[in-house]
Design a binder for this molecule. Structure first.
Ligand code: 0X9
Ligand code: ZN
Length: 734
C-alpha cells in the first residue's frame, strides 16, 4: 500500500510588490532551505513558484508569507498512468516505434549508461547515413525527474523530423548532414519514482544517508548541480546539504547518471546542445554561476533572437533567473578541456510541471519546432538564403542571391555557388559564382548580385521553373538549395476582409470579426482576458504540384508586452501565425509570434514550400492572459500564392500513390498512342523532340489518341497533364 506512504507536494505561488521583492523572496526561501524554486516571474506577475511539502507549507504560514496553492500532488488515479505524458517505458516504446517506421533515420534506442538502480539511460541517434561523421546536435530531457513535458516536446520533434524528411529540402539536408543525439529521460530512477509517487520528485535516487532505503527527506542528488564545471563554486542555488532539493552531491560527477551524460557527450562532441526542462517559457544560456557573460554572448543572443520570434519565450543569461553552479549548460560551455567549445542551452518549456491535457502539449511541441530547427541548423555549417531575386530581360533571367552561414563556429572558406536548371526549362549561361570566405554568424553574411544567368526555352509561354543552387567549398562542404523562378503566380487564397469570414473556421473563443476592413480578435474595442482562440482556412489548399508556395500577410498589432525588440522582455499576450499539413496531424509549427506594438501596417512573407501538401492550412491564433488588454491584432490582408512549372518532363514527379482512383495512362507504340484518365479531367498533351523543342500540343477531353506516325525517326517525350497529375513517357519513332 505504497499509495498511502507517499508525501504530498504543492507548488505554491508567493506574490511580491516589485522585482526587487521577488529577488529577496527567492533569497530568503533559499536561505531557509526552501530552494525548490519552480518559476520566478520578475515581470508583471511578480511572483515565485516554489515546491513545498505539507511541513514546509506550515512553515511558510508561520513565517507570514501569503501564498496560493497552484498545483497539488496530482490525483493518483491520473498519475498512475502519468496523465498525458510518456512514462519511462512509453518513451522507450515511442522511440522504438519511430525507429521501426524510419530505420534509416532513427536508430533503435541504445543505452549510454545505467543508474543507481540499474535502469538504462536510453538515447537514439537521428540522421541519415549513420556511417558518416557529421556535426552533432544534442537534446536531452528529464534530467529533473518531474519534468515530463519536455519529453513530449523532444519525442514530438524527432517525429516531426522523420515526417518532413524527403518532403522538406531543409530538413532532408539537416538529417543528411547532422547527427542528432536525443536522450528522452536523463534521470530514469527519479522519473520512474514519479510514476508511482506524488509526482514532484526532482533529484536522482542516491542513498545519501546509506540506510539502504530511499526516502524523499534524505536522499537524492540534483543532477543539474552535479556537473563538474564550477561545481560547488558557492552555495547560491546549489547546496552541500543532502536533504536539499538542489543537493549537488558529494563530488563533481559523483553520480552514474551525470557520468553517463558526460562520457557520452565527450565522445560525440556536440557543437550545440540543449538541456530541456519544464517550466517557465524560457530560453537560458550560460553562465549560471556568475553574472559575467561568456565570450560567446553575442552568438547566444543571435540565436536566442531567432528563437524568440517563434516561441515568444523570454531569453537571457541563466544567472539572472537565479544563480546556480554545477549545471549542464555551464559544463557544456565551459569544460573545453574535455570537449570542443559547444553552445549549451537550457529550455524551460510550458507553464506547469503537470499540465492537464494533450492539447497543451501539442501546442508546446508546435511552438518549439522552429527554435529546435534553428539550433539543429546552428550545429554545423548551414546556408540560409535571405533573398532570392530575379529580373527578366528577353529570354534571359538574371538571378541574385544573398544569405548567411548560421553554423556556430563553422567558417565556409572559398565558398562557390553553382546553379542548375532542368534541361526542358533552360540553359545556364552564367552558372558559377565565387563567393569567397564566409565566416559564421553573427558575421557570416554574403551577397551576390546577378550571380547567375539562365536563358529560358522559347517554347515556354512563361518563365516558371525550378532551379537548384549548390554551395560548395574545397574542404568538402556541399549544400543544395532548391528555389523557384516565378514569372507567373497563381493566387491560391485571398481575403482582404471586406465582407465576411466565410473562408475561415473559428476554433475556441468565438471572438473574431471584421472591423474597418480588417480581421481582428476584438471587432469592438480591446480584446478580452484569457483568450485562447484561432481562425483557420475553412478549406485547406491542395498545393502538391506547386514548386513554390508563399503566405503574404499585411497587419499591425497592439498587444500587451513590453517590447518586440528586446529578448529579455516578458511576454504576456501574443498573436501567432501557424502552419499545418495533413501529414502533421494536429501539430501546427509556429511561423512567428507577435506582441507589444507595431503601429503601422507591415507586409510579411513566409515561404511555405516545405509544407507542400494536398491539404495545406494556416491559422491565426490569439492568446491572452489575465489583467491587461489592448487593441489587439488587425489583419488587412491574407494572401497565399503559388507557382508551378509550366510543365514537368520528369518521371520522378509521378507519384503512383497519389490517387486511389487510378492514374493517367499513356499506352501504344509505333507512333499511335492512347491517353486515358480514369477520372474526370481534360488532358493537356505536349510532345517534345530529343532537343526539348515542343513539336505537338493537343487538348483531349478525358482521353483520346495522338498520331505521331509521320514524325521523323528519333526519341520523343510525350507529356500529359490533368488537373491532378502529370505523366511523361519516352517513345521512339522508327
Ligand atoms: O534550476 C534548474 O536546474 C533549472 N530550473 S528547474 O526549474 N527546471 O529546475 C534552471 C537551470 C538554468 N541554468 C542555470 N541557471 N545555469
Ligand atoms: Zn528542471
Amino acid at each position: 500500500m505504497w499509495l498511502f506512504l507517499v508525501a504530498s507536494s504543492y507548488v505554491v505561488r508567493i506574490h511580491a510588490g516589485s522585482p526587487d521583492e521577488v529577488r529577496s523572496i527567492v533569497e530568503s526561501l533559499v536561505s531557509d532551505g526552501l530552494n525548490d524554486i519552480a518559476h520566478v516571474d520578475y515581470g508583471k506577475g511578480l511572483y515565485v513558484d516554489v515546491v513545498v511539502s505539507d511541513y514546509e507549507m506550515s512553515y511558510l504560514k508561520e513565517r507570514g508569507f501569503s501564498y496560493k496553492v497552484i498545483e497539488e500532488s496530482p490525483d493518483l488515479s491520473v498519475k498512475i498512468n502519468f496523465g498525458p505524458y510518456y512514462t519511462y517505458s512509453e518513451a522507450y516504446s515511442a522511440l522504438s516505434n519511430i525507429h521501426s517506421s524510419f530505420p534509416s533515420l532513427v536508430s533503435a534506442p541504445f543505452s549510454i549508461g545505467t543508474t543507481w538502480e540499474g535502469r538504462d539511460i536510453w538515447a537514439v541517434r537521428v540522421g541519415a547515413d549513420s556511417s558518416l561523421h557529421k556535426p552533432v546536435f544534442w537534446l536531452n530531457n528529464a534530467i529533473h525527474a518531474r519534468e515530463p513535458g519536455g519529453v513530449s516536446v523532444g519525442i514530438g520533434f524527432v517525429d516531426f523530423l522523420t515526417k518532413m524528411y524527403g518532403r522538406s529540402p531543409e530538413i532532408t539536408y539537416l538529417l543528411d548532414n547532422r547527427t542528432f543525439y536525443y536522450i528522452p529521460v536523463a534521470n530514469p530512477d527519479g522519473y520512474t519514482y514519479n510514476e508511482v509517487s506524488d509526482g514532484y520528485w526532482r533529484k536522482n535516487k542516491r542513498d545519501n544517508n546509506n540506510d539502504g532505503q530511499f526516502t524523499e527527506a534524505d536522499d537524492g542528488v540534483d543532477l543539474n548541480r552535479n556537473f563538474g564545471y564550477m561545481w560547488g563554486y558557492d552555495d547560491n542555488g546549489s547546496s552541500p546539504d543532502p536533504t536539499s532539493p538542489v543537493y549537488r552531491g558529494p563530488a563533481p560527477f559523483s553520480e552514474p547518471e551525470s557520468q553517463a551524460y558526460r562520457d557520452f557527450f565527450n565522445s560525440v562532441q556536440p557543437a550545440v546542445a540543449i538541456d530541456m526542462h519544464t517550466y517557465s517559457n524560457l530560453i537560458l544560456w550560460p553562465w549560471g554561476y556568475t553574472s559575467t557573460p561568456t565570450a560567446e554572448d553575442t552568438i547566444y543572443r543571435f540565436f536566442a533572437w531567432r528563437m524568440f520570434r517563434h516561441n515568444a519565450y523570454q531569453s537571457y543569461q541563466s544567472y539572472y533567473l537565479y544563480p546556480t553552479n554545477g549545471t549542464t549548460d555551464d559544463w557544456i560551455h565551459g569544460a573545453t578541456d574535455e570537449h570542443p567549445l559547444a553552445l549549451g542551452w537550457t529550455f524551460e518549456v510550458g507553464e506547469a510541471f503537470w499540465q492537464p491535457d494533450t492539447g497543451i502539449i501539442v501546442e508546446q511541441i508546435g511552438e518549439n519546432i522552429m527554435p529546435l530547427l534553428d539550433l539543429l541548423k546552428a550545429s554545423g555549417p548551414y546556408i540560409e538564403i535571405d533573398n532570392f531575386d530575379y529580373t527578366f530581360s528577353g529570354d534571359t533571367v538574371y538571378i541574385s542571391i544573398s544569405g548567411k552561414n548560421v553554423g556556430f563556429g563553422f567558417n565556409l572558406n572559398s565558398l562557390t555557388a553553382t546553379i542548375t536548371v532542368p534541361d526542358t526549362f533552360g540553359v545556364v549561361v552564367d552558372g558559377t559564382e565565387n563567393i569567397g570566405d564566409v565566416s559564421s554568424v553573427p558575421d557570416g553574411y554574403f551577397s551576390a548580385p546577378n550571380a547567375f544567368a539562365v536563358v529560358v526555352r522559347d517554347y515556354l509561354p512563361y518563365k516558371n521553373f525550378p532551379v537548384e543552387i549548390t554551395f560548395t567549398t574545397p574542404d568538402g562542404f556541399s549544400q543544395n538549395i532548391p528555389l523557384f523562378v516565378a514569372e507567373k503566380l497563381d493566387t491560391l487564397f485571398y481575403d482582404d476582409f471586406d465582407t465576411d469570414l466565410s473562408q475561415w473556421t473559428v476554433v475556441g473563443d468565438n471572438v473574431w470579426g471584421i472591423s474597418n476592413g480588417n480581421l481582428t480578435e476584438s471587432p469592438s474595442g480591446d480584446y478580452s482576458n484569457n483568450l485562447d482562440t484561432y481562425i483557420k482556412l475553412a478549406s485547406p489548399l491542395n498545393v502538391s504540384d506547386y514548386g513554390m508556395v508563399k503566405l503574404v500577410i499585411v497587419h499591425r498589432w497592439d498587444i500587451e508586452g513590453n517590447s518586440y525588440q528586446d529578448l529579455g522582455s516578458s511576454i504576456y499576450d501574443w498573436a501567432s501565425i501557424d502552419v499545418n499539413a495533413s501529414y502533421l496531424e494536429n501539430l501546427w509549427p509556429v511561423l512567428q509570434r507577435y506582441w507589444a506594438s507595431q503601429g503601422t501596417y507591415i507586409t510579411q512573407e513566409f515561404d511555405l514550400t516545405q509544407f507542400r501538401d494536398t491539404a495545406l492550412n494556416i491559422r491565426l491564433k490569439f492568446y491572452s492572459d489575465y489583467s491587461v488588454t489592448a487593441d489587439g491584432w488587425n489583419i488587412d490582408k491574407v494572401l497565399i500564392v503559388g507557382a508551378r512549372p509550366y510543365l514537368t518532363v520528369d518521371e520522378s514527379e509521378y507519384d503512383p500513390s497519389s490517387s486511389m482512383f487510378g492514374h493517367l495512362m499513356i499506352e501504344g507504340r509505333d507512333g499511335l498512342y492512347n491517353i486515358r484518365v480514369p477520372y474526370n479531367s481534360p488532358i493537356d498533351v505536349h510532345v517534345f523532340n530529343a532537343g526539348g523543342r515542343l513539336v505537338l500540343r493537343k487538348k483531349l477531353e478525358s482521353g483520346g489518341s495522338i498520331d505521331l506516325r509521320n514524325f521523323s525517326p528519333g526519341f520523343y517525350i510525350i507529356h500529359a497533364r490533368t488537373t491532378r497529375e502529370t505523366l511523361s513517357k519516352k517513345i521512339i519513332i522508327r
